[in-house]
Design a protein around this ligand. Structure first.
Ligand code: MD3
Ligand code: FE
Length: 217
């Protein structure tokens, strides 16, 4: 009989994978904390509900979004920017939980970016069919700070491109608990998410949630 290599709540191996200079996948880095992260996300979206923001072109974004922390990323007809208040309520974004801050700082340190203190956490929600088209993250003031992303729930295929939109992109599978640090020469690479496949995750059901930690100001 083949022995079970993984416990029921394991979703794959741990360890690090270098994607490119400055881009490091920490497989399973957040897996042990996933339940508490999901509880915190529940509290955040109770105060600042997920919504489909409008692009400057007037389309609704495919992913539903909210934020926590001193600054939140927003999009509307006027453009993309960071705001201290939720435009839907006029109130400050919910505070960034200490567990989020510590996870982001620990992951960044693992990748060689010690002292990373994010001031913004964008929370993206993908239901089956949701995608994010190829783009750069360039609305932050300090492009020397890395970005840390945490994947929870349904798996996704991440598109990792180059510094020009037309550069060919690599496909990277991201699963529940994976953390990726994007810094240095990879900070301005184009990237996106292919439409999430139908499925159900033990902890999150029919959704993928991505936390994206940034130093915006
Ligand atoms: C590579 N989110 O919110 S996170 C975004 O899974 C965004 O929700 C995706 O792209 C998601 O802007 C991908 C991974 C990510 C974030 C920033 C990057 C990859 C990056 C910046 C540079 C290169
Ligand atoms: Fe992005």
């Amino acid at each position: 009989m083949t022995p079970d290599l993984f416990d029921h709540c394991d979703e794959g191996p741990t360890g690090r994978e270098v994607l490119a200079p400055g881009a490091l996948v920490l497989r399973g880095f957040a897996r042990a904390q996933a339940e508490s992260l999901v509880l915190e996300i529940g509290e955040i979206c109770a105060r600042a509900p997920f919504r489909h923001m409008l692009t400057p072109g007037g389309q609704h974004m495919s992913a539903a979004m909210t934020n926590c922390g001193p600054l939140g990323w927003v999009s509307d007809r006027r453009g993309y920017r960071y705001e201290a208040a939720d435009p839907d309520s006029g109130k400050p974004w919910p505070p960034m939980p200490d567990t989020f801050l510590r996870l982001a700082a620990d992951a960044a340190a693992e990748a060689g970016f010690s002292g990373f203190i994010p001031d913004a956490c964008l929370v993206n929600r993908y239901e089956p069919g949701t995608r994010m088209s190829l783009h750069q993250d360039r609305d932050e003031r300090d492009l020397t700070a890395p970005i840390v992303s945490v994947s929870l729930g349904l798996p996704a295929i991440f598109l990792f491109g180059g510094l020009h939109r037309s550069d060919r992109s690599e496909r990277v599978a991201l699963v529940h608990g994976d953390v990726v640090v994007w810094g240095g020469l990879s900070r301005l690479r184009f990237h996106g998410i292919l439409p999430v496949k139908e499925g159900s995750h033990a902890l999150l059901g029919r959704q993928r949630i991505n936390l994206t930690f940034r130093k915006a100001a």
